[in-house]
Design a protein around this ligand. Structure first.
Ligand code: SF4
Length: 407
């Protein structure tokens, strides 16, 4: 067999390339990609109220802890009578988790619920066994010395549990039909993962619009991912036998130092409406305010539930009711109206769209500071601490000690 030398093969290749003409230009294909962005449900309302807060964290990369100078305290802080609000909130959530009765009483035609709804619980929230167990889990022992801080904490948990037991939720789980609904079962700490797809389309013909075109890659879709646990989900049945689910989030605002266990009128404003009021419509400005402050978080939990139900066959789906808050300070449930729920969902989607822009367009506009006197800044980590890194329009920024001596 005759073999060709390398030189001969190179000459043949050269002649071929000189005479070769491509029949048509090669079309360059754009790489279509998706971006995944994680978020925390409990930050949604704060960053919707002040987009700058999100921008400072994700574009500037600022730490979201208040800036504190080391060892600036003149004296060690005195022991606190009450635990930190976050610790107390966790304790109260735990009381709800292990102490809430599960009716497990189903209507004849409501969609089936899986085994995670079938746990047995016949207790009451104001049970000394439940509260004792929670006290022990948090390191306060099974028994507390009367007159001590630990005993006051135990009694506060028992008191708040009693308010919830006497309110709408407590009566519902004992089997009463109220406001046209009966609770069939409860599920606490329901885990969820929710992915909201953000896609841009042209208004004229609904064609997808790219978020960003870079190096031949086009970001066609952004996935906003949220995971967590919903405090409480109720499975309900109405007078007509229709099944529904409702997300409820427990809030412990006003349950510690400002709470008055003897005279509610002298306590936190949320105490002014009693647990015996079973209407889920807010009955005071403070109830309206706290519900409004958490509506996006509630909307996200409910949208996660809607997505879970949508994956089931139609006959096994339950309606998702507008979400609600359970107020520890008065044991009441306050619920978003249908209209407020729709508005919250729309605001949530537009906020997620804005967040997607912030991540994909580094040149997006810097959001301005909130107007002077804004109440949102007081809770903001960029405002708190020894260094005021941001604040309402017009307020000086810098080290607090320096600001104090300014004329
Ligand atoms: S300090 Fe106020 S204006 Fe600045 S990021 Fe925080 S909430 Fe927004």
């Amino acid at each position: 067999m005759e073999t060709e030398s390398p030189q001969r093969r190179a000459r043949v290749m050269e002649q071929h390339l000189e005479t070769w003409e491509p029949s048509s230009p090669i079309a360059l294909q754009t790489l279509r990609i998706e971006e995944n962005i994680k978020g925390a449900a409990h930050h949604l309302d704060a960053t919707f109220s002040c987009p700058r807060r999100y921008w400072l964290e994700h574009v500037r990369g600022w730490a979201t802890e208040p800036f504190l100078l080391p060892n600036t305290a003149v004296e060690p802080a005195a022991p606190r009578w009450w635990p930190l609000p976050t610790t107390f909130g966790l304790m109260m959530h735990r009381v709800l988790e292990i102490g809430l009765r599960n009716p497990r009483s189903f209507g004849p035609s409501t969609p089936h619920l899986d085994a995670s709804w079938m746990h047995e619980s016949e207790d009451e929230l104001s049970s000394s066994i439940t509260v004792g167990r929670v006290m022990n889990e948090f390191g306060f022992g099974m028994e507390q010395e009367e007159g001590s801080r630990e005993a006051a904490l135990r009694d506060r948990l028992l008191h708040l549990g009693d308010l919830i037991d006497r309110g709408l939720l407590g009566r519902w789980v004992r089997g009463e039909t109220l406001n046209g609904w009966k609770v069939e079962a409860v599920r606490t700490e329901l885990p969820f993962f929710h992915r909201e797809h953000i896609v841009r389309q042209t208004e004229s013909d609904g064609q997808p619009v790219s978020f960003r075109l870079e190096n031949g890659a086009s970001v066609e879709r952004v996935n906003m991912d949220f995971s967590g646990r919903a405090d409480l989900v109720l499975a309900l049945v109405d007078d007509a036998g229709r099944g529904a689910l409702q997300v409820i989030d427990l809030k412990t605002r006003g349950c510690l130092a400002s709470f008055n266990d003897k005279k509610t009128g002298d306590g936190h404003p949320l105490q002014h409406v009693p647990p015996s009021e079973i209407s889920t419509v807010p009955q005071s400005d403070d109830e309206t305010q706290i519900l409004h402050e958490h509506r996006l978080q509630l909307a996200l939990y409910s949208m996660a539930l809607e997505a879970m139900e949508a994956r089931k066959p139609p006959a096994q789906r339950r309606t998702i009711l507008p979400p609600a808050l359970l107020l520890g300070a008065n044991g009441r449930i306050v619920q978003l109206s249908e209209k407020a729920f729709d508005v919250a969902k729309g605001d949530l989607l537009s906020h997620l769209d804005w967040r997607a822009t912030v991540h994909l367009d580094p040149a997006s506009d810097e959001p301005t500071r909130l107007p002077a006197g804004s109440s949102h800044c007081g809770d903001c980590p960029f405002y708190k601490g020894d260094l005021r890194r941001c604040g309402p329009e017009g307020e000086s920024l810098g080290f607090i000690s320096h600001l104090d001596v300014e004329p």
